[in-house]
Design a protein around this ligand. Structure first.
Ligand SMILES: [Zn+2]
Length: 242
Protein backbone atom coordinates (compact mmCIF):
# COMPACT_ATOMS: atom_id res chain seq x y z
CA UNK A 1 0.00 0.00 0.00
CA UNK A 2 1.30 3.45 -0.92
CA UNK A 3 1.70 6.03 1.80
CA UNK A 4 -1.28 8.39 1.89
CA UNK A 5 -0.63 12.09 1.21
CA UNK A 6 -3.27 14.09 3.03
CA UNK A 7 -3.22 17.90 3.14
CA UNK A 8 -6.38 18.29 5.24
CA UNK A 9 -6.05 19.07 8.95
CA UNK A 10 -6.63 16.42 11.59
CA UNK A 11 -9.60 18.43 12.89
CA UNK A 12 -11.29 18.23 9.47
CA UNK A 13 -10.64 14.51 9.17
CA UNK A 14 -12.08 14.02 12.66
CA UNK A 15 -15.19 15.94 11.53
CA UNK A 16 -15.66 13.61 8.55
CA UNK A 17 -15.36 10.59 10.84
CA UNK A 18 -17.80 12.07 13.38
CA UNK A 19 -20.26 13.03 10.63
CA UNK A 20 -20.21 9.49 9.20
CA UNK A 21 -21.02 8.00 12.58
CA UNK A 22 -23.63 10.63 13.48
CA UNK A 23 -25.52 10.18 10.21
CA UNK A 24 -25.49 6.40 10.58
CA UNK A 25 -26.88 6.72 14.09
CA UNK A 26 -29.54 9.23 13.00
CA UNK A 27 -30.83 6.90 10.26
CA UNK A 28 -29.75 9.10 7.34
CA UNK A 29 -26.98 6.70 6.26
CA UNK A 30 -26.99 2.92 6.59
CA UNK A 31 -24.36 0.65 5.08
CA UNK A 32 -24.36 3.07 2.13
CA UNK A 33 -23.89 6.79 1.62
CA UNK A 34 -20.93 9.04 2.43
CA UNK A 35 -19.68 12.35 3.78
CA UNK A 36 -16.84 14.49 2.43
CA UNK A 37 -15.17 17.82 3.19
CA UNK A 38 -13.16 20.15 1.00
CA UNK A 39 -9.54 20.18 2.20
CA UNK A 40 -8.87 23.18 4.42
CA UNK A 41 -5.33 23.44 3.00
CA UNK A 42 -5.88 22.53 -0.67
CA UNK A 43 -9.26 23.74 -1.99
CA UNK A 44 -8.87 21.65 -5.16
CA UNK A 45 -8.98 18.48 -3.07
CA UNK A 46 -11.46 16.81 -0.73
CA UNK A 47 -11.35 14.11 1.93
CA UNK A 48 -13.67 11.16 2.35
CA UNK A 49 -13.47 7.61 3.65
CA UNK A 50 -12.43 4.61 1.62
CA UNK A 51 -15.38 2.42 0.61
CA UNK A 52 -16.71 1.40 4.01
CA UNK A 53 -19.99 1.52 6.02
CA UNK A 54 -20.19 5.00 7.63
CA UNK A 55 -20.72 3.69 11.19
CA UNK A 56 -17.34 1.92 10.99
CA UNK A 57 -15.28 4.79 9.56
CA UNK A 58 -12.13 5.83 11.44
CA UNK A 59 -9.53 8.55 10.73
CA UNK A 60 -7.25 5.94 9.15
CA UNK A 61 -9.94 5.26 6.50
CA UNK A 62 -10.06 8.87 5.28
CA UNK A 63 -8.31 9.46 1.96
CA UNK A 64 -7.64 12.67 0.07
CA UNK A 65 -9.12 12.90 -3.44
CA UNK A 66 -8.02 15.14 -6.29
CA UNK A 67 -10.27 17.38 -8.42
CA UNK A 68 -11.15 14.36 -10.61
CA UNK A 69 -12.25 12.39 -7.54
CA UNK A 70 -9.28 10.01 -7.60
CA UNK A 71 -7.54 9.10 -4.31
CA UNK A 72 -4.15 10.84 -3.97
CA UNK A 73 -1.22 8.56 -3.17
CA UNK A 74 -3.53 5.86 -1.86
CA UNK A 75 -4.45 2.65 -3.64
CA UNK A 76 -7.32 1.62 -1.39
CA UNK A 77 -10.79 1.35 -2.97
CA UNK A 78 -12.74 4.62 -2.97
CA UNK A 79 -16.52 4.93 -3.03
CA UNK A 80 -18.05 4.23 -6.44
CA UNK A 81 -20.05 7.47 -6.19
CA UNK A 82 -17.16 9.75 -5.15
CA UNK A 83 -17.79 11.77 -8.36
CA UNK A 84 -20.87 13.29 -6.69
CA UNK A 85 -18.51 15.07 -4.30
CA UNK A 86 -15.74 16.01 -6.72
CA UNK A 87 -18.06 17.55 -9.29
CA UNK A 88 -20.05 19.55 -6.71
CA UNK A 89 -16.80 20.96 -5.26
CA UNK A 90 -15.72 21.89 -8.78
CA UNK A 91 -19.04 23.59 -9.62
CA UNK A 92 -19.60 25.29 -6.25
CA UNK A 93 -16.39 26.85 -4.86
CA UNK A 94 -18.13 27.98 -1.65
CA UNK A 95 -19.32 24.47 -0.71
CA UNK A 96 -17.16 22.99 2.06
CA UNK A 97 -18.96 19.69 2.77
CA UNK A 98 -21.20 17.22 0.92
CA UNK A 99 -23.40 14.36 2.16
CA UNK A 100 -24.87 11.76 -0.17
CA UNK A 101 -27.52 9.45 1.30
CA UNK A 102 -30.32 7.06 0.45
CA UNK A 103 -32.36 8.77 3.17
CA UNK A 104 -35.63 6.76 3.16
CA UNK A 105 -38.31 9.45 3.64
CA UNK A 106 -37.11 11.56 0.69
CA UNK A 107 -37.43 8.70 -1.83
CA UNK A 108 -41.21 9.19 -2.41
CA UNK A 109 -40.56 12.83 -3.41
CA UNK A 110 -38.14 11.70 -6.09
CA UNK A 111 -40.63 9.40 -7.80
CA UNK A 112 -43.90 11.39 -7.63
CA UNK A 113 -45.17 14.85 -8.54
CA UNK A 114 -45.09 15.96 -4.86
CA UNK A 115 -42.47 18.65 -4.26
CA UNK A 116 -40.37 18.57 -1.10
CA UNK A 117 -40.80 21.97 0.61
CA UNK A 118 -39.89 23.39 4.04
CA UNK A 119 -42.73 22.46 6.37
CA UNK A 120 -41.00 23.76 9.53
CA UNK A 121 -38.14 26.01 10.56
CA UNK A 122 -35.54 23.29 11.09
CA UNK A 123 -35.60 22.59 7.36
CA UNK A 124 -35.90 26.24 6.32
CA UNK A 125 -32.75 25.89 4.12
CA UNK A 126 -35.01 24.09 1.62
CA UNK A 127 -36.68 27.43 0.81
CA UNK A 128 -34.53 27.86 -2.31
CA UNK A 129 -36.14 24.79 -3.86
CA UNK A 130 -35.28 21.10 -4.09
CA UNK A 131 -34.49 20.13 -7.68
CA UNK A 132 -34.85 16.57 -8.94
CA UNK A 133 -32.04 14.84 -10.81
CA UNK A 134 -33.27 12.45 -13.52
CA UNK A 135 -30.34 10.22 -14.45
CA UNK A 136 -32.10 8.98 -17.62
CA UNK A 137 -31.72 12.46 -19.14
CA UNK A 138 -27.93 12.01 -19.06
CA UNK A 139 -27.67 8.24 -19.41
CA UNK A 140 -30.68 6.18 -20.46
CA UNK A 141 -28.75 2.95 -19.77
CA UNK A 142 -27.89 3.45 -16.10
CA UNK A 143 -27.73 1.64 -12.77
CA UNK A 144 -28.86 4.77 -10.86
CA UNK A 145 -25.34 5.36 -9.48
CA UNK A 146 -23.15 8.43 -10.12
CA UNK A 147 -20.18 6.36 -11.20
CA UNK A 148 -18.15 8.80 -13.36
CA UNK A 149 -17.35 12.46 -14.02
CA UNK A 150 -20.08 13.14 -16.67
CA UNK A 151 -22.80 11.88 -14.30
CA UNK A 152 -21.27 13.90 -11.43
CA UNK A 153 -21.33 17.03 -13.60
CA UNK A 154 -24.96 16.44 -14.57
CA UNK A 155 -25.92 16.04 -10.90
CA UNK A 156 -24.03 19.22 -9.91
CA UNK A 157 -25.84 21.03 -12.74
CA UNK A 158 -29.22 19.87 -11.37
CA UNK A 159 -28.25 21.00 -7.85
CA UNK A 160 -27.53 24.48 -9.22
CA UNK A 161 -27.35 27.00 -6.36
CA UNK A 162 -29.64 24.96 -4.07
CA UNK A 163 -28.76 23.15 -0.84
CA UNK A 164 -30.29 19.76 -1.67
CA UNK A 165 -30.92 17.74 -4.82
CA UNK A 166 -33.15 14.67 -4.95
CA UNK A 167 -32.08 11.75 -7.12
CA UNK A 168 -34.95 9.79 -8.66
CA UNK A 169 -35.16 6.21 -7.37
CA UNK A 170 -31.92 6.65 -5.44
CA UNK A 171 -31.64 9.29 -2.67
CA UNK A 172 -30.36 12.81 -2.19
CA UNK A 173 -27.25 14.96 -1.96
CA UNK A 174 -26.94 17.89 0.44
CA UNK A 175 -24.25 20.60 0.68
CA UNK A 176 -23.09 22.90 3.47
CA UNK A 177 -20.59 25.59 4.45
CA UNK A 178 -19.13 23.15 6.99
CA UNK A 179 -19.34 19.47 7.88
CA UNK A 180 -21.67 20.35 10.77
CA UNK A 181 -24.00 22.25 8.43
CA UNK A 182 -24.13 19.44 5.86
CA UNK A 183 -24.94 16.98 8.67
CA UNK A 184 -27.64 19.30 10.05
CA UNK A 185 -29.21 19.66 6.61
CA UNK A 186 -29.16 15.92 5.94
CA UNK A 187 -30.89 15.11 9.22
CA UNK A 188 -33.54 17.80 8.83
CA UNK A 189 -34.23 17.05 5.17
CA UNK A 190 -35.06 13.47 6.20
CA UNK A 191 -37.21 14.79 9.08
CA UNK A 192 -38.99 17.34 6.86
CA UNK A 193 -39.83 14.65 4.32
CA UNK A 194 -41.33 12.46 7.03
CA UNK A 195 -43.40 15.35 8.45
CA UNK A 196 -44.56 16.46 5.01
CA UNK A 197 -45.88 12.96 4.26
CA UNK A 198 -47.69 12.96 7.62
CA UNK A 199 -49.18 16.42 7.03
CA UNK A 200 -50.35 15.29 3.61
CA UNK A 201 -52.70 12.82 5.31
CA UNK A 202 -54.45 15.61 7.26
CA UNK A 203 -56.80 18.27 5.98
CA UNK A 204 -54.93 20.57 3.60
CA UNK A 205 -53.60 22.62 2.04
CA UNK A 206 -50.27 22.54 3.89
CA UNK A 207 -48.93 25.96 4.97
CA UNK A 208 -45.25 25.82 3.97
CA UNK A 209 -42.66 28.41 5.01
CA UNK A 210 -42.55 31.48 2.77
CA UNK A 211 -39.27 32.31 0.99
CA UNK A 212 -38.73 35.21 3.38
CA UNK A 213 -39.28 33.00 6.44
CA UNK A 214 -36.96 30.44 4.89
CA UNK A 215 -34.16 32.97 4.42
CA UNK A 216 -34.46 34.45 7.91
CA UNK A 217 -34.73 31.08 9.63
CA UNK A 218 -31.73 29.70 7.71
CA UNK A 219 -29.62 32.54 9.16
CA UNK A 220 -30.89 31.88 12.69
CA UNK A 221 -30.20 28.13 12.47
CA UNK A 222 -26.63 28.80 11.32
CA UNK A 223 -25.92 30.66 14.54
CA UNK A 224 -26.96 27.68 16.69
CA UNK A 225 -25.33 24.90 14.67
CA UNK A 226 -22.78 24.01 17.34
CA UNK A 227 -25.49 22.91 19.76
CA UNK A 228 -26.92 19.92 17.84
CA UNK A 229 -23.47 19.10 16.40
CA UNK A 230 -22.02 18.69 19.92
CA UNK A 231 -25.01 16.62 21.01
CA UNK A 232 -25.02 14.32 17.98
CA UNK A 233 -21.27 13.71 18.20
CA UNK A 234 -21.56 12.82 21.87
CA UNK A 235 -24.48 10.46 21.26
CA UNK A 236 -22.65 8.75 18.37
CA UNK A 237 -19.41 8.29 20.34
CA UNK A 238 -21.32 6.94 23.37
CA UNK A 239 -22.99 4.40 21.09
CA UNK A 240 -19.60 3.44 19.66
CA UNK A 241 -18.35 2.51 23.13
CA UNK A 242 -21.35 0.36 24.11
ZN1 LIG B 1 -26.03 6.50 -3.77
Amino acid sequence: MKKSKVSASKALIDDVVAASRVLAQQGVLDAYGHVSARSDRRPDRFVMSRSRAPALVTAADVMEHDANSEPVGDDRKGFLERFIHGEIYRARPEVMAVVHSHSPSVIPFGVTQSKLKPIYHMASFLWSGVPLFEIRDTRPDNDLLIRDIPLGKALAHSLGKCTCVLMRGHGMTVVGDSVAEAVFRSIYTEMNAKLQIQAGQLEGPIAFLSDEEGKRSTGTNRSTLERPWELWKKAASAKGRS
